[in-house]
Write a protein that binds this ligand. Sequence first.
Ligand code: OAD
Length: 244
Amino acid sequence: MREINNIVILTGAGISAESGVATFRGPDGLWKGHRVEDVATPEAFQRHPILVQKFYDERRAKLQGVQPNPAHLALAQLDAAWGGDLLLVTQNVDDLHNRAGSKRLLHMHGELLSGLCLACGERSPVAGNLSDGPVCPHCRQSAMRPDIVWFGEMPYQMDRIESALSQCDLFVSIGTSGAVYPAAGFVRSARHYGALTLEMNLDPSDGSLYFNESRMGKAGELVPAWVDDILSSGTRFCDVMLKR
Ligand code: OAD
């Protein structure tokens, strides 16, 4: 048993899979039909801006047809009830954690419902198609690109994430393959600072050996059960067992 006050949770595409949002690397994954270099790099956007805008326009439009699932809702419930520090870091660009009600939330890879001004760099809410060329509402001078962190770009708020990792007692990773850095390295940072580490995923992630415990299954089932456990203990003691 260990006292748990501060929690960092990392989520990836797997937490939204049961809502009907495609993952990246599964058999029907998003990257199957596209080369990453064609749609998810700054160079791709310079070469084929309309193609890239339409790729993200399509994904933005699909958000209207999906809903948060029990895993998103359970994490929002934990956020509301947990008295210690908690930071939910998502790699996902959908808005399902927001709609579920999570507040202590950080989108490290950007958001589909946001546009990034190509001139002034401000971020603005976007609901429709960026391929239609709406101008930035801040500077009113330039078009916007998707507010997505592409390969070769720095994820958002890394300082805040590193600081939270250095102070957390428990690091939990949900629905991510562990294939993309820097997120894939968070588990090692957390362990370095002395945190317990728990993974919940359909199958072992690339960094599975770094977790104290790995629970394999669907996020929609595993996450609500874990949240029930940690909240119903009534204390800040957690029985995540050290298996390694
Ligand atoms: P991936 O598609 O790489 O991995 C999704 C993980 O979720 C896999 O390990 C699956 O086994 C697991 N999974 C699938 N369904 C699940 C379910 N119902 N419950 C639990 N787990 C499930 O997606 P990410 O790891 O999020 O970056 O990918 C990381 C980054 O790579 C993305 O943010 C994106 C991508 O390139 C950018 O675009 C910058």
